[in-house]
Design a protein around this ligand. Structure first.
Ligand SMILES: Cc1ncc(COP(=O)(O)O)c(C=O)c1O
Length: 393
């Protein structure tokens, strides 16, 4: 059988392109953050992860430009060999201090952070325990490890207890959850998870990709709940609030030292360029010095959640500036996405298998830099389209 047969037989995406309802890989020609141009059509951006609006902050841009001038455009190698700059180490020190951890380690993306960290820590006798809604990079990190994976129902503490209590005492146990779930915008109940981990002798890692900069005064979900010391490892990415590219893991020094010498995605991949490290450092400084950006994005999130609920949309359990609009099937979700796109708002359609069938949704998300007028306009469009398509009364 020809290995490529599956490729020639794959028509789903091409059918959607032909029918003009393909929502992915749409090239952007221009953006200043809150508004972006696609095919000459200007849209309010309600589908980005640029939560603090820092990708166009002149201080972040300037830091990146100066770093390129000083160090060039690429590190041309891994952190392990020729690719560590003093900027990477400065970033690690500042991140560890900001999060209240002993040490941090910078990877090239958040995906690589999860792949490298989880697979380095999960040995043959270990079990990694995941929430069913955990991000794909966590799932893949667990698949790369030598140990077995168990799943528990989303945010269901009785189910987590059932899984933990069924694992033999001589196994190493590693619970890994998203702090703030990227699709639902809901929080993991970290205090309960940490208590169960303590009871059953499990270690806990939290993926704060969406919550650093947003929750806990910018320090993420462990800080939000005031339990930083009970969370063994905090992971995040630079591709969202940090307005850059890269990722990191923070925790006790011996654990970070071990990961540094065992994570294959760190050792066998080139490090982030100086421009990305410098942009992340500049964004971190803004997060520390100017808490008003975090306050602003949360205030926008509060307003949008309240208004969408009042209009009659189902926004699930969101408590954050990530606000899903549950639609419930693929054709209606695509139709809603396309109608919003044509009306001037960019949101992301999320379909099965990224979510369970029946849970198809539009993922909307907001930025500190959105103006009140932009939010007014987006809400007006949601209302109009919602009524037009019969999604709301
Ligand atoms: C929860 C979560 N973890 C990890 C990642 C990966 O981050 P990166 O984009 O830096 O690879 C993402 C990004 O989509 C994410 O949402």
């Amino acid at each position: 059988m020809d290995l490529f047969e599956k490729c020639y037989g794959y028509t789903e995406a091409k059918d959607a392109i032909r029918d003009g309802v393909y929502p992915y890989f749409i090239p952007m020609t221009e953006t200043e953050g809150t508004e972006s141009v696609f095919h000459g059509h200007r849209l309010i951006m309600c589908g980005s992860n640029n939560y603090l609006g820092l990708t166009t902050d002149p201080r972040v841009q300037q830091a990146a430009i100066e770093a390129v001038r000083r160090f060039g455009t690429s590190c041309t190698g891994s952190r392990f060999l020729n690719g560590t700059l003093e900027l990477h180490e400065q970033l690690e020190h500042e991140l560890a201090e900001w999060l209240g951890k002993e040490a941090a380690l910078v990877f090239s993306t958040g995906m690589q952070t999860n792949l490298g960290t989880i697979s380095a820590l999960v040995a043959r006798n270990d079990i990694v325990i995941l929430d069913k809604d955990d991000h794909a990079s966590i799932v893949d990190g667990a698949r790369l490890g030598w140990g077995k994976t168990r799943r528990f129902r989303h945010n269901d503490m009785a189910d987590l207890k059932r899984v933990l209590s069924s694992i033999a005492e001589d196994k190493g146990k590693f619970v890994v959850v998203d702090g703030l779930f990227s699709m639902g915008g809901d929080l993991a109940p970290l205090p309960e998870i940490a208590a169960l981990c303590k009871k059953y002798g499990a270690r806990l890692m939290v993926d704060d990709a969406h919550s650093i900069g947003v929750m806990g005064g910018g320090r993420g979900t462990a800080a939000h709940f005031g339990i930083t010391e009970q969370v063994d490892l905090i992971m995040s990415t630079f591709s969202k609030s940090f307005a850059s590219l890269g990722g990191f893991i923070a925790g006790d020094e011996p654990i970070i030292h071990y990961v540094k010498h065992h994570a294959r995605s760190l050792i066998f991949s080139a490090s982030i360029p100086a421009s990305n490290a410098a942009a992340a450092l500049a964004a971190l400084k803004i997060m520390r010095d100017e808490p008003e950006h975090s306050a602003r994005v949360n205030a926008i999130g509060d307003r949008v959640r309240k208004e969408l609920s009042a209009m009659g949309f189902n926004i699930g359990h969101s408590v954050s500036p990530i606000i899903p609009i549950f639609i419930g099937d693929t054709p209606s979700t695509i139709l809603a996405w396309k109608t919003l796109f044509d009306a001037g708002v960019f949101v992301n359609p999320v379909l099965a298998p990224a979510v369970l069938a029946g849970q198809e949704l539009l993922r909307t998300s907001y930025m500190a830099s959105h103006t009140d007028a932009q939010i007014d306009r987006a809400l007006e469009i949601y209302r109009k389209v919602g009524k037009q398509l019969g999604l709301i009364p």
